[in-house]
Ligand binder design. Sequence first.
Ligand code: COA
Length: 247
Amino acid sequence: MSVQITQNDAGVLTLSLQRPDKKNAISLAMYNQLTEALQKASRDPAVKVVVLQGSDSCFSSGNDLKDFLRAGELDAHHPTVAFLYQLNAFTKPIVAAVAGLAIGIGTTALLHCDLVYAAPGCRFQMPFSQLGLCPEAASSLLLPQLVGYQRAAQYLLLGEAFDTEQAVAMGLVNQQVDSTALLAFAADKALQLAMLPAEAVQQSKALLRGKVKRKADKVIATELEVFGQLLKSDACQQQLQGFFTKK
Ligand code: COA
């Protein structure tokens, strides 16, 4: 288990990815932990805000590529799939703190967060095509909405990386924060949100995101159909094997 879960008296639930030896790659067990934590947080009125973070030097290298190699069925019970739907459905605010790497779902998950803070020099990247895969987490809807079609194609077709300054300029990240201050800064923003009337904050989030969430739910399903097929393709399996044999 590599997600550390803590909750403070103000109602801030912090989910910390902690698998430093694999650059915080998210395993199936970690997806289960994240989904369960979000489900519990949805039901628990004491939880007002969620913080999603890695360490002050690494957010996440994305989905565990070893799990992609196993290429199981991506049905609603699959841990990654369940997490994607839960993240999209979550009604309380999520604050993300990003340092170092934000690869694959490390970037696409941010499209579902409400406030995102990042350390200087982060590497954001969605290398789906390079891996023989396609966008997930409704990024095929949410990214073009955020940055326009051509730039979304640059990041989702070419899989080009971008840094914190670019992420701020495109509106994916609210603000760049020094890495030594990042986690405390995000915690403080979460506390500010937690001190506000919870009903007002959640209703406001519903107004801001409600329509997009409903669309995103359908897009996640469509993406997963294609993703599941591509995952089993020779091209994808070769890319994945290549990652591990190169080492
Ligand atoms: N899944 C599984 N293991 C991963 C991983 C991932 N997504 N990303 C990194 N790791 C593992 C490496 O295999 C290595 O393990 P080892 O020490 O047992 O060999 C360890 O984490 C450190 O990674 P390494 O590649 O040595 O670090 P780096 O700093 O040179 O490069 C990355 C970091 C993230 C650029 C590189 O690891 C990478 O490209 N990872 C894959 C990212 C990816 O494609 N994610 C999925 C997107 S859909």
